[in-house]
Design a protein around this ligand. Sequence first.
Ligand code: FES
Ligand SMILES: [Fe+2]
Length: 401
Amino acid sequence: MQDPSDNHKISRLKKAHIAGQSLAREFYKDPEIYKTEIENLFLKHWLFAGHVSQIPNPGDFILCEFDTESVIVVRSKSDEIKAHINVCRHRGSKICLEKSGHKKHFSCPYHAWTYDLDGRLVSNNQMPEYFKPDENSLHQVHVQLVRGLIFICLAEAPLSLECLNEQTSEVFDLLELQNLKLAKKTSYPIAANWKLAVENYQECYHCAPSHKEFSRIHAMARPLEVFQKRKEEFNQVNPPGGLMTEINAYFDLARPGDEGFQYGRNPLVENMRSGSKDGSPLAPLLGKLPEYTGGASELMIGPLMYFLIYDDHMVGYRFLPLSQSECVCDIYWFVRSDAREGIDYDISNLTWLWDVTTKADQQIIENNQKGVNSRYYSSGTLSEMEHFLQSFLRWYLVALS
Ligand code: FES
Ligand SMILES: [Fe+2]
């Protein structure tokens, strides 16, 4: 139960927030605000758990973990993807300790209660006669697939993904996201509040000073007027529709009851074809794309999950809080399902750009947290290049309560 004085504190801080400024220190430091964020954001929105190609066979599983929660995402015997809360119904031990793998069943390491892939309790012993195993299945949470991308939601009544599926169908038909495979996943732990990591991802004001590699490839890192000129040229060459679809239903623009999402396409720097050291291709073209376009798509599903779709690979970014002062950024590199490692793509070339970029981000986000920890920190004025971050903050302040 939340203390009413916390609500009072949150409304006071919300009222005091000035549009166009960064958040007050309490938003990054106050434990009650963190608790409210978990309840109102992380337990209510869809979270990216992985791709179907990561669990191709019955019994294959991956965990999705944040704050105090752990969810087992598993392919069942009937080939469905299910999500079970990783907490034993006996005395609450965590059941599955490995982050991914294959199991015939899930056996609790404490007193060996055993659950099948559907989460049903199938083995326990020396229990009293009145004990009903069928009332002790693992708690399940919602699962939905968006073209092979697995999303889970811990809310009782999740936000709708229907609008997303309808509006993106043309572009997803072209890209065939269901026809991908995970080439590599790396977790980057960040000693900072999760919002500093998400805020950093929402703006490219820092790209020129902090990411020289990214700036060589992505036009977005250039000053606003240079980027806009390049985007106009790009839009003239590439007619609207298809890959060039623009959908803005993100953050505060999402329809009530719908999960927020956004899709758009931005140009790379002239003559660049992919996110490699010299802009040359990295892997076979995705889906039905006939040729390189010199652009990359930005896709956001829910407030915390982003995908950058080059013509020949897709990078997924997932931000999850571990505690108030620590979060993790998981990066996923996907290629076409038939691409052969070492022949059609090279892992170190494929992962180079976003590994070097995320390591630099890790550092700047942690420096940001150190400054916010100081008693001298106060809200600062945001730049014109931080308009997407401003949408995030507007949405966050409403979503918080
Ligand atoms: S806590 Fe799992 S079997 Fe006892
Ligand atoms: Fe960055």
